[in-house]
Design a protein around this ligand. Structure first.
Ligand code: M3P
Ligand code: FE
Length: 314
């Protein structure tokens, strides 16, 4: 188990001031760094590394790269060999290519997404510290998200042409990066097509997920909250800030998560996600959702899936 967790996501925004208001006042993050190119780095109060979101000004929304943290530098070297042996080219970027981050292994996932692995990022501590910590800090803002929890990436899928990057990424994450699959949504005759895949490298129901679509992209990045009550309050915060809500508070069948989907001002979808769902263990049978229950797997209460939920993404 060498990959520990999601480290950060670099996303593109079209209006930096509006984005900063959103990620600070709604999500509850704090700015920890600005670089000379104008990128802004933010962290959640319960994270101990320097940042988990990098905002880059652009004329188009979306994700530049996603990065996961591995145990140590030796694991990074070992993973480089494994990834290359799988037929994927890699590049080891030198320390400080990104501020406060050590060497960074760069490669493209089978789905085309730019992914990075690194072993070190400056530790600045959580907002309650590590000595006799209080359960939460006094200056919580907005939803008061604890940490960046996971991301869901859209992957090209065209069964007629035999293209299924959801399945290709799943194989890569299991065979090369050491993740294990917790859940899947299958469609088509005999459930032969893997439409969605949920993968863990921890004891959480997912640390990354993939869903099939027309083109690669980012469906959402998700921030962790403690409880259903915190989800309700996050909805209040969104209303106060006139945040565009995509899906109001509900529960997922997949992962059992309690959720709200909403958009940042550039149209990047965010999620607040509560509950650890269940203990994801490596020997747990994979949970399978069948095509007739696919909508309920995503929105458990209504069992209704608005088409825009899987067609609108950045
Ligand atoms: C989640 C989650 C889709 C499923 C989404 C599930 C888009 O976001 O955190 O469990 O099919
Ligand atoms: Fe999610």
């Amino acid at each position: 188990m060498t990959v520990m967790r999601i480290g950060h996501v670099n996303i593109r925004v079209m209006d930096m001031e509006a984005a900063l208001k959103h990620y600070q006042n709604v999500v509850g993050m704090k700015i920890t760094h600005r670089d000379e190119q104008g990128n802004v780095y933010l962290k959640c109060w319960d994270e101990w590394n320097k940042y988990s979101v990098i905002l880059t000004l652009s004329d188009q929304a979306g994700m530049n790269h996603i990065a996961y943290k591995v145990n140590n530098e030796q694991d990074l070297d070992a993973l480089q060999k494994k990834i290359e042996a799988h037929g994927i080219q890699t590049e080891m970027l030198p320390e400080d290519t990104l501020p406060f981050v050590g060497r960074m292994l760069r490669f493209n996932l089978p789905s085309g997404h730019d992914m990075r692995l690194y072993a070190s990022k400056e530790c600045v501590g959580t907002d309650v510290g590590s000595t006799n910590p209080d359960p939460w800090p006094d200056d919580l803002r907005g939803a008061g998200a604890h940490w960046l929890d996971h991301a869901l990436l859209m992957c090209e899928m065209n069964p007629e042409k035999g293209i299924n990057k959801v399945a290709d990424n799943t194989r890569f994450f299991i065979e090369v990066l050491g993740f294990f699959q917790t859940e899947q949504i299958v469609v088509g005759p005999g459930g032969a097509i893997q439409l969605a895949s949920f993968l863990s490298c921890s004891s959480k129901p997912h640390d990354i997920a993939f869903v099939g679509g027309d083109r690669p992209g980012m469906h959402h990045l998700s921030f962790f909250l403690d409880s259903w009550h915190d989800i309700l309050k996050a909805g209040d915060v969104m209303a106060k800030n006139r945040t565009r809500i995509d899906v109001p508070p509900t529960r997922h069948g997949v992962t059992r998560g309690e959720t709200i989907y909403f958009f940042d001002p550039s149209g990047n979808r965010n999620e607040t996600f509560a509950g650890l769902g269940y203990q994801a263990q490596r020997d747990k049978p994979i949970i399978t959702w069948t095509e007739d229950q696919a909508a309920r797997s995503i929105f458990y209460h209504t069992g209704v899936l608005d088409e825009s939920f899987t067609t609108v993404y950045t």
